[in-house]
Design a protein. Structure first.
Length: 252
């Protein structure tokens, strides 16, 4: 579903991603862990097609298509969902308005008719239950006045509504109390299916106790330096990232 080959990217002229290789198959959940500043958010931003990130080498294929050649809207229409560490607020544009526009943009791109109002509201009422969110919040401006935890729940609500093929979630667990963390995990697990995949970017192991990944990768210095199963996250929890970085320095 997603294939990243030798991806290099610069931010402000400095090379941050230094040759990433990663393959995510349909049905899989991958976790990307790593110390602060290792390039995790940069990788998510490059995949999202955000401005200010310059790809200097490499290739990214999504469902057989060249992802890097698509603009942000095309990526979303192709079924990519990006959740961010710091979700933006869009005062005055309601959550529901934005969601409906996003769903219809994707339907239009596929030549399908727009979602009818009844069906849309049925989905809203059903999916909002999964994230334990007050229905009134869906009507408010996008993330307007939401607490950190509410923004994360809202992000997962958006994801459940959009049913992406591939979701990339950057630090969706940061700053969450245990109830919110479980809610976020339930939302991610609810989307688990043989046709979909998820990439979880996370600094800590906490979330991975509730969403068990098929693979865990460690990003350090703009490269994936380790790949393993959930046991790799356990090792990191015990010895920290310093152990891994040290071992790599010695190996070089
Ligand atoms: P992580 O998410 O793993 O903590 P980031 O991808 O946010 O790491 O950052 C990787 C490196 O890139 C850091 O050294 C950071 O300072 C730098 N960086 C990220 N975004 C920008 C930016 N917009 N402008 C300048 N430097 C940036
Ligand atoms: Mg960071
Ligand atoms: Mg980050």
């Amino acid at each position: 579903m997603l294939k990243i080959e030798n991806l290099h990217a610069n931010v402000d002229g400095t090379e941050i991603l230094r040759g990433i290789d990663l393959e995510v198959k349909a049905g899989e959940i991958h976790a990307i862990m790593g110390p602060n500043g290792s390039g995790k958010s940069t990788l998510a931003s490059v995949l999202a097609g955000r401005e200010d990130y310059e790809v200097t080498d490499g290739k990214v294929t999504f469902d057989g298509a060249d992802l890097l050649a698509m603009d942000v809207t095309e990526r979303a229409c192709a079924g990519l969902f990006l959740g961010f560490q710091y979700p933006v607020e869009i005062p005055g544009v309601s959550n529901l308005y934005m969601l409906r526009a996003a769903i219809n943009a994707r339907r239009n791109a596929r030549g399908e008719s727009e979602i009818d109002a009844m069906e849309f509201m049925q989905q809203v009422n059903e999916k909002i239950k999964h994230v334990d969110m007050n229905p009134d919040m869906a009507k408010r401006g996008v993330n307007e006045g939401f607490s950190g935890g509410e923004k994360k729940r809202n992000e997962v609500f958006q994801m459940l509504m959009l049913e992406p093929k591939l979701a990339i979630l950057d630090e969706t667990d940061s700053g969450l109390d245990i109830d919110a963390l479980k809610t976020v995990a339930n939302g991610i697990n609810a989307l688990r299916s043989p046709e979909r995949a998820t990439v979880l970017v996370t600094h800590y192991k906490r979330l991975l106790e509730h969403v068990v990944p098929d693979k865990v990768h460690v990003l350090a210095g703009g490269r994936i330096v380790r790949t393993g199963g959930i046991e790799l996250a356990d090792t990191l929890e015990e010895s920290g990232y310093a152990g891994i970085e040290q071992a790599d320095t010695q190996a070089q």
